[in-house]
Design a protein around this ligand. Sequence first.
Ligand code: NI
Length: 161
Amino acid sequence: MEIIRYPADILRQKTEAVSQIDQETAELAAAMLTTMVEGHGIGLAGPQVGQLLSLFVAQDENGKPYVFINPEITGTSLETVGYEEGCLSLPGIYEEVIRPEAVQIQAWNEKGRFFKMECSGLIARVVQHELDHLKGTLFIDYLTPLKRDRLLKLYEKKSRQ
Ligand code: NI
C-alpha cells in the first residue's frame, strides 16, 4: 500500500466507524501491518493509506502486532511524559510531544473480538498518536508555531531531495 504523505487533505479528515468487521477488514488490516513494517514504522492509521475508517495497526516494543478497530480511549493517566515522535506520513522529522504516560483503550480486533488493553510506555504513545490520525490530528499540531514552522521547513527540504 502507498503511504499518503503530509500535506494531503485526507490526513486532516475525520474517519467513520467500521460498520462490519469481515474478511475485507481483516485483509485491509493485514496489508496495513505489512506496509507499516516495510516502512519501519510502529503504527499506521486508516487515513494514511487512503481509508477514512476508524482503524489502525501498531506494534509493541517486542514487535507484537495489534489491530485496533473502532478504538476508544477509556482512561488516561494524570502523569504525562515527553517522547520524540515521528510519523510515516511526515518522514524524516521528529519532535518531542508530551502526552499521558498510560492509557486504557477498548477496540475490536480483525477477528471481530472486543478487547480492552492497559497501555503504558511505547505502546501507549503509539496508540495515542494513531488515535489522533483518526480525528485528523497530527503530532506537529502539538508543537509551538515556531517549532512547527521550523520542522515543516526541514520536511519540505527533505521531501524535495
Ligand atoms: Ni503518524
